[in-house]
Every structure is written in structure tokens, then in C-alpha cells.
Design a protein around this ligand. Sequence first.
Ligand code: GDD
Ligand code: MG
Length: 236
Amino acid sequence: MPNLHAVVQAGGRGTRLAPYSTVLPKALMPVGGGCVIDNLLARFSAAGVKTVSITVSAFGPLIRSYCGDGERWGLEIEYIFEEEPLGTIGPLNALRHTVRDPFFVTNSDVFADVDLDSVLSEHREHGAPLTVVVTRQVVNIAYGVLEHHSGMVTDFREKPSQQFSVSTGIYLMEPSIFDHIPPSGPFGFDELMRTMLARGVPVNVYEHHGSWIDIGRVEDLRRAQEHAELAMRAPA
Ligand code: GDD
Ligand code: MG
């Protein structure tokens, strides 16, 4: 059994969550009995993760003072401070020469009940350098939608909705992922996807059917808080 490692990307500015994010990083936004990162760290620990790297920027000292050495989750936590924003994938370069086994990566602003054991076993089964945990999101259009061609209506749908498979910001990666990440500088998940697709490198998806909320906007943070409140009140 390899020593399972996880990385939490927690160095973003969180501007869409202002004014809360002017005093707190998204990782430390209150949800349930603790904050967003509690749920992530507890899930990693339950899945057998032993060590965690948290990549941080200006709010790093605050995150470190909350999470400490990770003992309360049975984890060993290290903090990786960055001077300039490296994006959602670039901070992984700090691990480029040390990782030997598959490792989890997650955004710090997701509140979800993903079954990480299943992610790991599906990832092992498929053997690609990257597994992306995805979930279904429905976009509702509040209007009648017309298709038209040469000034004539060809189709009409009243208030249609469309489903998309979206990235949850939770991944499982092989060390070979670094073949597709430039060795320094900012790099985003969007750039990683485009690079891998252009090179024809396989990327697995793991479909998550449970709850998932990116708490990056005030209304979504509220929704996560309500969800956690209900879950805490539900009989065991
Ligand atoms: N260390 C570090 N450095 N972390 C960063 C940086 C950075 O420069 N920029 C962002 N992060 C961290 C944020 O703190 C957050 O936890 C996570 O990376 C994602 O950043 P967001 O700014 O919240 O990204 P997003 O929500 O717009 O989009 C990303 O997440 C979606 C899922 O929630 C993308 O990866 C989307 O593809 C994905 O669907
Ligand atoms: Mg986000």
C-alpha cells in the first residue's frame, strides 16, 4: 500500500466571495461544525491519506494556525508558500521531484461527499495519469429559446435546461502528470486539460452522484451551510 498523499490548493484570492474573502480564505469559510477544509481533510484521512501539502499565499499563516500539523485528523500537514499566484495546477511543481505514487489534488473551496476510496480504485483500474472527479450540473434557461436560420425560426423550446458534466476540482494524479505541466510559473487546470487532449493522453473521469458545492460565491456558501446544517440534524 503506497503512502497516500494529497494536495490542497488554497492560495486563490476568492474575490467572488467578497467581503468575506477579504478577511478569510475560502478554505476557512464556516460550514457545518467547522470550515470547508475540515471536511476535505477528514475525508482524506478516512481514505488512508497520511500526508497533505497545502499550497497557500497571503492567508497561509491563518490556514496554518487553523490546521496546524494535522494531528487532529491523523495527518501530517506541510505548507507550501508561494510568492506569486501559480494558478490551480502550477503549485504542484513543489512536489515534482518527490512524489512516487498516485496522489489526490483538490481545490480548497469544495464542499462534497465524494467517495475517495472508489475514486482511487477506479483510477487504479483505468491507469491514466489523471482522473477527474466530475458531477452533473443543470443550467436552466428562464426564457423561450429560438433557433433561426436566414431570418426564419427553425426550432423553439420553452425554458429548456441543459446538463453538463463539470470538474469538481478534485483529482487523482500519477507522478507522470508532471510530463504535461511546465516546470515553473502559473498553470491552470484548463491549460492542463488542453495540453493532455492535444497530446492524446488519456484522462479518466469518475462520476460523483452525491453532493458537491463550490463555495466560491456567497449564494453557494449559504447553500453549503444549509446543506451541512440539515445533514447535522438528520438522524444517524
Ligand atoms: N496555491 C494556489 N495558487 N492556489 C490557487 C491559486 C493560486 O494561484 N489560484 C486558485 N487557487 C486555489 C483556490 O484557493 C481554490 O481553492 C482552487 O484553487 C480553485 O480556484 P478557484 O478560483 O475557486 O477556481 P474556480 O472555482 O473558478 O474553477 C476551478 O474549480 C472548478 C471547480 O470548483 C477550475 O478548476 C474549474 O475547472 C472547476 O470546475
Ligand atoms: Mg472555486
